[in-house]
Write a protein of this length. Structure first.
Ligand code: C5P
Length: 290
């Protein structure tokens, strides 16, 4: 058994998110194309008798290591599943804004499952069991376990890998306003419906094909999130006025928005311009993971 392991928790970007019917369990059917970027939180796991979590990093403050933190919930669920009785000293370096539509807590929980499987030597917990445990923690956690471009269906927990996307440099902008997911779904008025997109994906390996495909889709949660946090409209406007921008959209239930640009230089120039105009916003170029 190793005495120390590490895991990376990349940000998840919903390139499109279509919502269908509300189910009897209160969740909504959805269909989403999710991808991951080379930017995320970092977790370190050290052997210990009991379970503990320390949080640091730029967004660590304000995210108290409360007992229902998704990382601790994931650790407890994994230990219960495997009948493991040992603990772990977990350190989470929070680089991603909290409650921001890019995975955050879900990615951390998924990374905790990956890291603790190694630390606790639980290689018997295969991918199917890991996804089941993940789904019990949150709708977005299963897709984050693999952190590969994938379709999400059901309430989000049904994951099918998609072809890799072009390694474009996305620009992520968050206005530093936390937006909880439940109220955004509750304020939803218009739904695109689900089950129509996977057949249409035209990947010819370049950013033009991807943009054309995405332009005919939407994030249905953008309108309700805008009602709750109108500053999202300002973020989208700032992205859309940049030179050589091809598409700007909100991710997940917000408030983080992303934009695709003609090339890396255009993405970096836009990052500089937006950061200068809005020093209070979180502005990060981030490459799609291969
Ligand atoms: O699964 P998770 O705990 O992340 O979901 C948070 C909330 O978002 C749910 O309680 C529900 O109100 C809403 N939600 C939904 N439909 C989904 C996913 C989440 O209504 N597919």
């Amino acid at each position: 058994m190793p005495s120390r392991t590490e895991a990376f928790a990349p940000a998840k970007i919903n390139l499109l998110l279509h919502v269908g019917d509300k189910r009897t369990d209160g969740y909504h059917e959805l269909e989403s194309l999710a991808t991951f970027v080379e930017l995320g939180d970092k977790l370190v796991f050290e052997a210990a008798d009991t379970l503990s979590l320390t949080i640091d990093g730029p967004f660590g403050e304000g995210l108290a290591a409360e007992s229902d933190n998704l990382v601790l919930r994931a650790a407890r669920a994994l230990a219960a599943h495997a009948g493991h009785t040992g603990g772990a000293k977990i350190t989470l370096t929070k680089n991603l804004p909290v409650a921001s539509g890019i995975g955050g807590g879900s990615a951390d929980a998924a990374a905790a499952l990956r890291g603790l499987v190694q630390l606790w030597d639980l290689e018997d917990v295969g991918p199917i069991a890991a996804r089941d445990i993940a789904a019990g923690i949150g709708s977005d956690v299963p897709v984050c376990v693999e952190s590969r471009t994938a379709w999400m269906e059901g309430r989000g927990e049904i994951v099918t890998f998609a072809r890799p996307l072009p390694p474009a440099l996305l620009l992520l902008v968050n206005p530093r306003v936390a937006v909880p997911t439940g109220p955004v779904f509750a304020a939803l008025k218009t739904r695109s419906g689900v089950g129509t997109q996977q057949e249409r994906i035209p990947y010819d390996g370049n950013i033009w094909g991807l943009t054309d495909f995405l332009a005919a889709t939407a994030n249905d949660l953008e309108a309700p999130a805008l009602e709750i946090a109108p500053v999202i409209g300002g973020v989208l406007a700032a992205l859309r006025m940049q030179k050589d921008v091809m598409l700007a959209r909100m991710s997940g239930s917000g408030a983080t928005c992303f934009a695709l640009f003609k090339d890396d230089d255009a993405a970096r120039a836009a990052a500089d311009a937006i950061a200068a105009a809005h020093p209070e916003w979180w502005v990060q170029p981030a490459r799609i993971l291969g």
